[in-house]
Design a protein around this ligand. Structure first.
Ligand code: XBP
Ligand code: MG
Length: 237
């Protein structure tokens, strides 16, 4: 496989940055407060809900078992849509305040890929507005120059573990699955990458420390520990 690497495809939430506990979760709770709802997602509850991919889908799932939620499906869908929109506004404000940082080794590996001529893409199930707000905060106004393409929820309507986001990224990159490598933090993300035919390495995020990552090329706590993962290591994987 050595030398065949043409592209690195990054997952976003949990992989590039730990966005869930201090970002999305806090923003959901701010949206609940603003709407006058008594709901509050603590760290443990949010960890359970994270198995539902997509913020709007997560809200709908939560409402199904909640007495305070609207009784009709249409009512729940309308509320989920409204809350999700406000959550994303709060999220953009939070990341704009610099509350979220890149995980160890992320910037270093991005720089190495740039120097080695390896194209980079993002395949995420988060909303476009969230991805752009986060990248602006983490990487500055010129963040988009780093990536050949950024595939978000609006570009790939079937969410992980469906491989759609990765398939769209591969198509836009113009590379075959065997020429690319994916980085993920969650079992759903790993399965999405594998189902797209990609090799995938995992940097476990806080909510998935004990998860099963069978099928990953490697599983680590981050890209720098115990030794830095570089382009050479991705080529060999
Ligand atoms: C993570 C997700 C998202 C975020 C919230 O996606 O599952 O739903 O939790 O974002 P990934 P939205 O790991 O693929 O980046 O509210 O925009 O869905
Ligand atoms: Mg993730």
């Amino acid at each position: 496989m050595s030398g065949a690497l043409r592209a690195l495809i990054w997952d976003l939430d949990g992989t590039i940055a730990e966005t869930e506990h201090d970002g999305h979760r806090v923003a959901f709770n701010l949206a609940f407060d603003e709407a006058g709802l008594s709901w509050h997602w603590d760290a443990v509850r949010y960890g359970e809900l994270l198995h539902v991919i997509g913020g709007r889908e997560r809200l709908l799932h939560f409402m199904r078992g909640c007495a305070e939620a609207p009784r009709t499906i249409a009512g729940r869908e309308a509320l989920a849509k409204a809350l999700h929109m406000r959550k994303n506004v709060f999220y953009a404000e939070l990341v704009g305040q610099g509350r979220i940082q890149t995980r160890p080794g992320v910037r270093r590996l991005m720089d190495e890929c740039g120097a080695a001529g390896i194209a980079m893409a993002v395949a995420t199930t988060t909303s476009t507005s969230n991805a752009h707000a986060l990248f602006r905060s983490l990487l500055g106004e010129a963040w988009h120059k780093r990536f050949a393409t950024v595939v978000c929820a609006e570009d790939a309507l079937r969410k992980k573990p469906d491989p759609h986001a990765y398939q769209v990224a591969l198509q836009r990159l113009g590379v075959a699955p065997r020429e690319a490598f994916a980085l993920e933090d969650s079992p759903n993300g790993l399965h999405a990458a594998m189902r797209a035919g990609l090799r995938c390495g995992v940097t476990r995020s806080a909510y998935f420390i004990d998860a099963d990552f069978s099928g990953a090329r490697w599983v680590r706590d981050d890209l720098d520990t115990p030794t830095p993962i570089g382009v050479g290591r991705l080529r060999q994987a």
